[in-house]
Design a protein around this ligand. Structure first.
Ligand code: GNR
Ligand code: NI
Length: 172
């Protein structure tokens, strides 16, 4: 397994709209990609990771909201088929180190997707898992959580991250 590099905002590759996964994509290489995404997410550590964030532009994300890495979930070609209620939650993102902001989303969703074996499943869920699924689905559509914030907040966040990245580059 391997730790993958996570793209950081404002990397333009985070704006890529990912392509559907086809039957021909279910290869051993895809299984390795999924395993590497879990390893990268757990190591970060994070509760979700979208393929877009590791520069892989197919409709895939992984999530584990458990405290002991015991509930790995893979979503391939996900679709939200129902949304209920509204909830504001403080979100973070591995592509925005050190940035946290409140975002309003549906608090209950029904999502349809394929698992890592290509089997279809449907999940009716709420709270953190529902928020995380919506956050990851945005990523594979090229959208990020700060897109919901005011232009002023977006400018501040961009400036902060660019400064942080320059510092990192200089330090080698
Ligand atoms: O680790 C993560 N935590 C988190 C917290 C609140 C709402 C969404 C998330 S997802 C984030 C990992 C990530 O960047 N996924 O794309
Ligand atoms: Ni994210």
């Amino acid at each position: 397994m391997a730790i993958l590099e996570i793209l950081e905002y404002p990397d333009p590759r985070l704006r890529t709209k990912a392509k559907e996964i086809t039957e021909a994509d279910f290869t051993p290489a895809l299984q390795t990609q999924i395993d590497n995404m879990f390893e990268t997410m757990y190591e970060a550590p994070g509760i979700g990771l979208a393929a877009t964030q590791v520069d892989f532009h197919k409709r895939l994300f992984v999530i584990d909201v458990s405290e002991d890495k015991s509930e790995p979930l893979v979503f391939i070609n996900p679709e939200i088929v129902e949304k209920r209620g509204q909830e504001v939650m403080e979100e973070g993102c591995l592509s925005f180190p050190g940035v946290y902001a409140k975002v309003e989303r549906a608090n209950e969703i029904v999502v349809k997707a394929l698992d890592r074996n290509g089997e279809a499943f449907e999940l009716d869920t709420g709270d953190l898992l529902a928020v995380c699924i919506q956050h990851e689905l945005d990523h594979i559509n090229g959208k990020v959580f700060v897109d919901y914030l005011s232009p002023l907040k977006q400018r501040r966040i961009r400036a902060m991250l660019e400064k942080q990245q320059k510092k990192k580059l200089k330090a080698g």
